[in-house]
Design a protein around this ligand. Structure first.
Ligand code: NAD
Length: 263
């Protein structure tokens, strides 16, 4: 397909047939799969950065390290994060059904909300490219501790808690701009995409690298690419199908009545 050309397929029934016939589906999810669970995305119409473009600054590791005021704001944000009370939605559950059908090769997520695991996907198939909000990491000694412990210290009055082991700066175990991804997780994601025959990219603006580049990996190995997202993405020209309808209805329809595949 030529750059800019829109693929002919956009109906869910046709793509559901592709899912049924696939033997290895790798899924790449972004913030858009969790908006129905009450967690805003970053770049959608109601996104955190669309509404408040200045908020992006807080996600830069250099700013975080340099500015104690930014760290205090980051801890207040973590305290109030909607992930603590969010529940998995119908789209998360659809990916559990996909796994149970025997077709899911891997679930690569850019999300930090652990909703895939909470929905019931095997943690072993979930590859968290951007880490998790549920753990804290020391920027000096890499000690990992539960977020709940750090937030208890924030509640007790510490505005910018430091590492209890070495005194270093603490941050959620998520990947900020300027921080490297976990190379083992990234390598596993690249392999899972290279070994799939269908890549389902769901709820991502596909603007953050290297996650977005996984779509190119799929296209290069000849896998079918299906993008489920309300808005256009820079990778639409590589897709065999574009589904613009809400993720919360599209994903359950894609996996409805999936027969189990022998493993
Ligand atoms: P993004 O905000 O850049 O893009 C989300 C896309 O999803 C948008 O294009 C939007 O139009 C679409 N969308 C939202 N709700 C939808 C719906 N119900 N149906 C169809 N489309 C819908 O998100 P991204 O590409 O994942 O990049 C954001 C980065 O920020 C990620 O790297 C992630 O680590 C982080 N983040 C995570 C969470 C989370 O864990 N839930 C939330 C916000 C941001």
């Amino acid at each position: 397909m030529l750059d800019g050309e829109v693929p002919a397929v956009s109906d869910v029934a046709t793509v559901a047939g592709w899912v049924r016939d696939a033997s290895a589906v790798t899924v790449l999810t972004g913030a858009g799969i969790s908006t129905d669970s009450g967690i805003p995305d970053f770049r959608g119409p109601q996104g955190v950065w669309t509404v408040n473009p200045g908020a992006q600054r807080i996600s830069d590791i250099r700013v975080y390290v340099a500015d104690p005021q930014v760290r205090r704001q980051a801890w207040r944000n973590r305290r109030q994060h909607p992930a603590w009370s969010a529940q998995p939605n119908a789209a998360h559950r659809a990916l559990v059904a996909l796994e149970r059908s025997g077709r899911l090769r891997a679930l690569v997520t850019q999300n930090i909300d652990e909703l895939h695991q909470r929905a019931g996907n095997d943690p072993a198939v979930v590859l968290e490219l951007h880490g998790t909000l549920f753990w804290v990491s020391c920027l000096s000694c890499s000690d990992r501790t539960p977020m709940a412990d750090a937030l208890a210290r924030v509640d007790a009055g510490e505005e910018d808690p430091h590492c209890l082991r070495c005194g270093g700066l603490l941050k959620s175990a998520t990947v900020s701009f300027g921080q490297p991804l976990d190379q083992a997780v990234l390598a596993a994601a690249v392999t899972a995409v290279a070994e799939c025959d269908l890549l389902l990219a769901v709820g991502s603006s596909l603007t953050v690298q290297p996650a977005a580049g996984l779509v190119t990996v799929a296209a290069d190995v000849g896998a079918r690419v299906v993008i489920v997202n309300a808005e256009p993405t820079p990778y639409d020209h590589l897709a065999a199908a574009l589904i613009r309808e809400p993720i919360g209805t599209a994903l359950p329809a894609l996996v409805a009545d999936l027969p189990e595949r022998a493993r």
